[in-house]
Design a protein around this ligand. Structure first.
Ligand code: FES
Length: 161
């Protein structure tokens, strides 16, 4: 009777994997996993991080004591509302140069980023801003005002109360 020694191999025994092959397979799996993660990340890139608001209309209550020519900036909004004898109007406070938020001053607006200066009607007094500030569409709603940040109107457009 014939017995097998522990060192002998049968033809049916699987071939032992060499260290080189094991490392090669490991690196292949790691490369595949890295590509999968990279693909997953790339698929996420084109999406906007912030969803666009479905409406750009803002309801604003003007203070009763708002003096003529004094801007009222609703908290968290890039607009300034004014009331004078002819009505109410709104001017966007987004700078037409690179989009910084301009700050109201005594005579108009000033951009803190590159120093553009705008007159009270939004026209450019000093660049580099290439265009005047946009006037926004305003409509009355009871005692409040609805300002549409997405709708520009010609400069000088006012709404009566
Ligand atoms: S962003 Fe206003 S001057 Fe540049």
């Amino acid at each position: 009777m014939m017995t097998r020694s522990p060192e002998s191999h049968s033809r049916l025994d699987p071939e032992p994997i060499s260290r080189r092959d094991l490392l090669g397979l490991s690196s292949l799996w790691m490369t595949g996993a890295s590509l999968l993660f990279a693909l997953f990340g790339a698929l996420r890139l084109p999406r906007a991080a912030v969803l666009d608001s479905p409406s750009k209309k803002v309801r604003v209550s003007l203070p009763e004591t708002l003096a003529e020519g004094t801007p009222f900036v609703p908290p968290g909004r890039a607009m300034a509302l004014f009331r004078d004898t002819e009505g109410v109007f709104a001017i966007s406070t987004v700078c037409t140069h690179l989009g910084c938020i301009v700050e109201p001053t005594a005579g108009g607006f000033e951009c803190p980023c590159h120093g553009s200066i705008f007159a009270a009607d939004g026209s450019v007094t000093r660049g580099p801003a290439p265009q005047p500030l946009r006037w926004l569409k305003v409509s009355a709603s009871g005692d409040d005002w609805i300002v549409d940040e997405a709708a520009a109107v010609p400069a000088g457009t006012q709404v009566n109360a």
